[in-house]
Ligand binder design. Structure first.
Ligand code: HPA
Ligand code: ZN
Length: 344
């Protein structure tokens, strides 16, 4: 293993864009399906994985929702969340902000309480046993109705203390952020922070709309912002963090290959970029594999990798004192790896 790869492994980092349902590994999906008496339309893990050859976001979402159907009990959400947090911890993720899609479950008759209680209990246990911090972000499905999103928000109010923010995900094209203006206004009024997926498959205008109509604190993906120079300047001036997911972008055809990803230009133009895994069980890697892939494609130095990890803490929703404590751990790592950092 080369020195930069080892450095990536040791680097303390935060992950800010991970869908918990997208961390459902084939083995766990079959195990949960078996115990719940829910059969997946695949005869084996290998056959399921063979379906992970996606052409588009829509193509991926079909399999993502299909697999999510095995999740019905509180225990399922617990096992899924704990497995992700343990894996993230093994990659030196000190803090994770995890999306969850309640409508993908409540729409099938699963109680909202089962989803949030399972996730919350796993977060607490992982914090105690492993020391990993985490927060939960509730996403609305943008291809569902505004009324359904509003109902979901109302259901979430009883669990306000366990949900830091609301977001927007699922099929982007044809579902502009402005559709959810009222829902986001209500959410902000209730004290939730806000984020939104924008500029993944949708146009740069959707990124602008997420800023001006939803007043989001971060943009998830945002890579297509690069098609609009004025928007790039605005994002840079406002220091809006973008949670970029490089392996996801390649897997879903947002870019044709890693070398054509605009990440380097995004950084050069002063955008506040972080590296994340999106749906790690489907896209070929967790957060470290994403750092490794961009290091390899763009020849990033240890100092640049340190900068990306630092951004992940700065862009998080942690309290300032917690941010400072985690950045201090990042800096300790930098000090003890001075040799690698001075090499470039
Ligand atoms: N984009 C939009 N919605 C999603 C994604 C994604 O990458 N993953 C899970 N839901
Ligand atoms: Zn995503």
């Amino acid at each position: 293993m080369n020195a930069l790869r080892r450095f990536i492994g040791r680097l303390p980092k935060a992950e800010l864009h991970i869908h918990i349902e997208g961390a459902l590994e084939p083995g766990l999906a079959f195990e949960i399906g078996r115990r719940n008496g829910i059969a997946l339309p695949y005869s084996s893990e290998a056959e399921l994985e063979a379906a992970y050859d996606f052409e588009s976001l829509q193509d991926f979402l079909r399999v993502y929702y299909e697999l999510a159907q095995v999740l019905t009990e509180e225990r399922d959400f617990y096992d899924l969340t704990y497995a992700y947090l343990a894996r993230a911890h093994s990659q030196n993720v000190l803090h994770a902000e995890m999306f969850f899609d309640p409508q993908a479950h409540t729409g099938r008759g699963v109680p909202f309480a089962a989803v949030i209680e399972g996730i919350s209990r796993a977060r607490m246990d992982a914090a105690r046993a492993l020391g990993i911090r985490s927060l939960a972000i509730m996403c609305f499905l943008r291809d569902s109705t505004v009324a359904d999103a509003m109902r979901t928000l109302e259901e979430a109010l009883a669990y306000k203390d366990r949900i830091i923010a609301v977001g927007l995900d699922s099929a982007e094209a044809g579902n502009p952020p402005g559709k959810f203006k009222e829902v986001f206004e209500r959410a902000r009024g209730e004290g939730f922070r806000t984020v939104a997926h924008a500029g993944e498959e949708g146009p740069p205008d959707y990124v602008l709309e997420a800023l001006t109509e939803l007043h989001v604190a971060r943009i998830d993906h945002g890579v297509r912002s690069m098609e609009d120079e004025a928007l790039v300047q605005r994002l840079a001036e406002m220091k809006i963090p973008l949670t970029v997911c490089p392996l996801s972008n390649v897997k879903l055809g947002v870019v044709s290959e890693m070398k054509s990803h605009p990440l380097r230009e995004m950084i050069e133009k002063g955008l506040f970029v972080t590296i994340n895994s999106d749906d790690p069980a489907f896209f070929g890697g967790y957060v470290n594999e994403n750092y490794e892939a961009v290091q390899e494609a763009f020849g990033f130095t240890a100092r640049q990798l340190y900068g990306l990890a630092r951004n992940s803490f700065e862009a998080s929703f942690l309290e300032p004192s917690a941010k400072r404590a985690l950045i201090a751990r990042l800096d300790e790592c930098a000090t003890s790896n001075r040799g690698v950092l001075e090499g470039g």
